[in-house]
Ligand binder design. Structure first.
Ligand code: MSP
Length: 576
């Protein structure tokens, strides 16, 4: 946080303590910010997991992609160029092989169709990926082959007898401590995974094994040296515990007669490479491996169910191949419905296409990013989303814009002039003539603090914290309008300077909030900024200087075209 912001925070607290009309609260030059010039952004590489094509997408999948998209958009707004943001589909493995056969399709034909559905979902949800990778692509086969050969040449792969449990649903090997008695779909007694409840099968075959047990110490060192290697701390502690509990060598291939749908082990076509090793290498494929490793290491955004694969197997594989382990693994929790994990068999899967239509892409993005927190699960209900969108996007955000730009209060359709003598930015004797109250100063102070703190929340992948603070400013701005009743001011010519100042403060608040909300609601933010007459080139981190700093630039500038309400209130419909 900048010194200015710190000082302002103290001031903000002082401001709210008193609400007297001509409160003597100045804020010197604290609102002049220079975030854009001081924070030089490094180019970055962000990834989503690649999605299994055995089933169609649901909102949980969309959530993983949204967290990454929001962070990536913020990097771009912050001035980063040449970033990579990848997503795509995970198309090999037993579960895809079985799903294709169940659908009566050839595996590749099946994958083409479902992969296209994920792509359609991401395009419709404004996920601005720079690369869409499919593990059935040639470039990926090349990368996996080279990666495997490197592991082998470096002495980390050996052939051994693997005996243990395998869960096809989770595509994972399990020890006997990780399974328990359960009931199968047909009511019969089966063994299931303790963690996921999915059925497991006894597997006994000759496989290639990876020397994971060699990596406990390097992994702990990596975690110690890089506090952000796994984030947030809750998940970092979990990973540390897993490593400390001991690591066993990992089977990294399956017999070809059991699994045909995958990449054969180089030099041994009787074996297929384990789908997780194959899938994790997608991140390297995107970076141009084996020819190059652009922007490596990457930051991976993953759900908690796949943390072990990313935070243990993946860094160990990379170290074994002589490559840098991930820069960071950002782990998020899950969306449930009716407080149960979404699953097709339980019938509680939320269809994202349907919700995009009902709530608009920005509406769905806003809800998922506003309500989703990294460290704990969130329960999805249509009632919750509807109430949130109505109260925040329609009544607070949209309403403020309509009020201050509508012809009733703003007949000349300009970003009005600020009369500093009525709302002095500097503490001086002039203050006596000011008309701003302590609450007004509190608003201006809160808005001035937003950019620094929102910047840090977005960089921590915690959009919900950004949105919390932004919405609080917007609510304060609505209260500010309510307090100064511009609909009376407009009736009296003498009040024109004060009316302009009131509109100016509200519009500055909207301009700052609009720039800051671009990563979450890109379409609405675009319409808002156009309406305020803010040029496309003026919507970045360097444009977040507010109030008197920007006054010279934007005041008296014409507003853009009125394209109607920002977000239309939704009516409650009973869903199943
Ligand atoms: N294919 C693997 C990932 C390989 S990455 C090298 C996979 N695919 S997945 O389709 O099952 O899941 C992809 C992402 O969606 C994961 O991050 C997972 O956590 C996330 N979600 C799946 N269900 C979810 C919820 N109900 N809620 C939130 N995210 C969830 O795993």
């Amino acid at each position: 946080m900048s010194m200015g912001a710190l000082r302002l925070m103290t001031l903000g607290q002082t401001c709210t303590a008193s609400v007297s009309r001509h409160a003597r609260v100045g804020w010197s030059s604290l609102n002049v910010r220079a975030l854009g010039s001081s924070n030089v952004r490094r180019n970055d590489f962000l990834t989503t997991p690649i999605f299994y094509v055995n089933a169609v997408p649901h909102i949980g999948h969309l959530y993983s992609a949204l967290i990454a998209d929001c962070a990536h958009r913020w990097q771009r707004i912050s001035g980063a160029e040449g970033t990579i943001f990848s997503t795509g589909t995970d198309e090999h493995g037993l579960k895809v092989q079985q799903a294709a056969s169940l659908a009566g399709k050839e595996p590749l034909e099946f994958c083409d169709k479902v992969s296209q559905e994920f792509r359609r979902l991401f395009n419709s949800s404004y996920i601005q990926y720079t690369d869409y990778i499919r593990t059935t692509e040639k470039r990926h086969h090349t990368a996996v082959n080279t990666f495997w050969t490197t592991l082998q040449d470096n002495g980390f792969i050996y052939k051994g007898e693997y005996e243990g449990w395998y869960s096809t649903s989770d595509e994972t090997f399990l020890s006997s401590q990780q399974v328990e008695d359960g009931i199968g779909k047909d009511g019969s007694k089966v063994k299931v995974s303790v963690e996921t409840g999915n059925a497991v099968e006894w597997t006994s075959e000759t496989n290639y094994m990876f020397k994971l047990s060699d990596f406990s110490t390097p992994l702990l060192e990596w975690l110690d040296k890089n506090p952000r290697a796994v984030y947030p701390p809750k998940f970092n502690n979990m990973v540390r515990q897993w490593v400390q509990d001991g690591l066993q060598d990992l089977s990294v291939s399956r017999q070809r007669d059991r699994l045909q749908w995958g990449i054969p082990v180089p030099g041994d076509s009787s074996q297929t490479i384990y789908v997780w090793l194959d899938a994790l290498v997608n991140y390297l494929t995107v970076s141009g491996f084996p020819g190059q490793t652009k922007l490596w290491p990457a930051t991976h955004i993953v759900g908690k169910d796949i943390l072990k694969f990313h935070a243990i197997y993946w860094p160990a594989f990379l170290m074994a191949a002589g490559l840098s382990p991930p820069k960071s693994i950002v782990c998020h929790s899950h969306w449930t419905m009716g407080n149960f994990k979404m699953s097709k068999s339980r019938g509680n899967v939320v269809d994202p296409f349907d919700r995009l239509k009902t709530y608009t892409p920005d509406g769905l993005r806003f809800f998922l990013l506003r309500e989703g927190v990294l460290h704990s699960d969130g329960d999805y209900t249509d009632e919750k989303i509807l109430k949130l969108l109505n109260s925040e996007l329609a009544d607070t955000f949209g309403n403020l814009l309509s009020r201050v730009t509508g012809k009733a209060l703003n007949p000349s359709q300009v970003f009005p002039k600020c009369h500093a003598e009525l709302f002095p930015w500097q503490q001086s004797s002039q203050l006596a003539s000011g008309r701003a109250t302590a609450e007004d100063y509190a608003l201006v102070s809160a808005v001035s603090l937003l950019p620094d703190s929102v910047d840090s929340h977005y960089n921590n992948f915690e959009a919900y914290k950004s949105l919390d603070e932004i919405m609080s400013c917007l609510r304060q701005a609505n209260a500010f309008i309510q307090r100064h009743e511009p609909w009376y001011l407009i009736k009296n010519k003498d009040q024109e300077p004060w009316l302009e100042t009131v509109l100016y403060v509200a519009m500055e608040t909207l301009r700052i909030c609009g720039i800051l909300m671009q990563p979450v609601i890109p379409e609405m933010a675009e319409r808002l900024l156009c309406r305020l007459g803010v040029e496309e080139s003026d919507r970045t981190l360097k444009d977040l200087e507010c109030f008197q700093g920007m006054q010279r630039v934007i005041e008296s500038r014409p507003l853009g075209e009125d394209t109607g309400v920002l977000f239309s209130r939704l009516q409650f419909k009973n869903r199943r």
